[in-house]
Design a protein around this ligand. Structure first.
Ligand SMILES: Cc1cc2nc3c(=O)[nH]c(=O)nc-3n(C[C@H](O)[C@H](O)[C@H](O)COP(=O)(O)OP(=O)(O)OC[C@H]3O[C@@H](n4cnc5c(N)ncnc54)[C@H](O)[C@@H]3O)c2cc1C
Length: 378
């Protein structure tokens, strides 16, 4: 594993950095305050080929590896976590359909997702089934050449704005995890609707919504993989998703660190910049060290995935460490800004609220510790 980026990776990273500074930085604070989703940003991301990074070229994607994907996510997250998470969520159905879907599904769904013509979403969580996802209650009953879905999903990122949902439902309710299957459900299908839009602590430019399935009849061919594959598909999606959430957390932490260094050099108390106080210097030293370690862990997880090696526990470690780092670094950033850090005039309070969600999504950090411990003790 090399620490150097290839020329192509560095060039793409710079392009994305400039894009994020130009397109996201000016709108991020207002979009957060108003809770506004900017669909046009996803069109612009599509224009520069960023919505189809993990999708093979033959199906209309960029066919880039995960080591490149995380660079893009980190740069976007520095300016706007909502957009970075949206980018990660857009990748999930592409990865899953490419891995488990039929040739017909790949031809029908991958190109519109990779080109951004359609937005994707991943629907696993239910009101009563969060960490214990295998206990989900949504059902899919085979009826002739259709499946009929009934149930509801909560906290779905891009719920209501997505066109294509990868939905986990029980085809065999008596069988726990092995009874779960995975389906493509298109917006507009009769029986598919959206419920409550959540009002969130942070990442408010990313819509999080309930989706409802009431006698929602979809073609039998929308089953992804085989009946009973759904839990496996969801867990593989989460393994991959943990790497991108780790990368997003590194971006949030880096942004808070950069703001802190700038502020510590400018802000004077007792006749000198606060950066001259050892208490502030040591906080910055710890922040910079943790961010570097987190970034390297995320890169290692991506590297292992790219090489086809086991990466599940490393992805869990990277997600755990990177998101805990983001929480600690953004909290310390607010501290370095003092009272101003608590005010909305500066970005660090927004970054602190953003960091919190990274410790919860794609499996809480308690669940990451369980995944890691299970691996270490086996
Ligand atoms: C903004 C946002 C966006 C989201 N987007 C999506 C999405 O697009 N698609 C989707 O399917 N889901 C999504 N989710 C759901 C997310 O994955 C869940 O919130 C998460 O998995 C936790 O489930 P829960 O909220 O039900 O918490 P619970 O599972 O009820 O957990 C509550 C607490 O108990 C702890 N806990 C639970 N079980 C154990 C255990 N065995 N040992 C120790 N501690 C435990 C948890 O760590 C947590 O601290 C999103 C959530 C948020 C907040």
């Amino acid at each position: 594993m090399s620490f150097d980026l290839t020329e192509e990776q560095e060039s793409l990273r710079r392009t994305v950095e400039k894009f994020a500074e130009k397109e996201l930085a000016p709108i991020a604070a207002e979009a957060e305050e108003k809770g506004e989703f900017h669909r046009e940003i996803f069109e612009k991301l599509a224009d520069i080929g960023l919505l189809g990074i993990p999708c093979p070229e033959q199906y209309g994607g960029a066919g880039l590896d995960y080591s490149t994907y995380i660079l893009v996510i980190e740069e976007i997250a520095k300016q706007c976590l909502a957009t970075a998470v949206g980018l990660a969520v857009q990748g999930l159905p592409q990865i899953m359909i490419n891995l488990f879907g039929s040739e017909e599904q790949k031809k029908q769904y991958l190109a519109p997702l990779a080109s951004g013509k359609k937005l994707g979403a991943f629907a696993l969580t239910e009101a009563g089934a969060g960490s214990d996802a295998a206990s989900l209650k949504t059902t899919a009953t085979l009826d002739g050449d259709s499946y009929v879905l009934n149930g509801s999903k909560v906290f779905i990122t891009h719920g209501g704005v997505a066109d294509i949902y990868l939905v986990m439902a029980k085809t065999n309710p008596g069988e726990g995890a092995r009874g779960i299957s995975s389906f493509i459900v298109e917006d507009g299908t009769p029986g598919f609707s959206c419920g409550k839009t959540e009002k969130k602590m942070g990442m408010r430019a990313s819509p999080t919504r309930e989706i409802i399935l009431e006698d929602c009849r979809i073609p039998r061919k929308n089953l992804v993989g085989k009946e009973g594959d759904g839990f496996k598909i969801a867990m593989i999606a989460l393994d991959s998703g943990r790497i991108t959430i780790g990368a997003a957390a590194v971006g949030v932490a880096q942004a808070a660190f950069d703001e802190s260094v700038k502020y510590a050099k400018q802000r004077e108390q007792f006749g000198q910049p606060i950066a001259s106080f050892q208490a502030i210097q040591f906080m910055l030293a710890d922040m910079g060290t943790a961010i570097r370690a987190a970034r390297n862990m995320v890169r290692e997880a991506a590297y292992l995935k790219d090489k086809g090696k086991p990466f599940s526990h490393v992805a869990a470690m990277a997600k755990l460490f990177a998101t805990d780092t983001a929480m600690k670094v953004t909290t310390d950033a607010v501290q370095i800004f003092g009272g101003y850090g608590y005010m909305q005039d500066y970005p660090v309070e927004r970054l602190m609220r953003a960091a919190k969600v990274t410790q919860i999504v794609e499996g809480t950090n308690q669940i990451q510790r369980m995944v890691i411990a299970r691996h270490l003790l086996k």
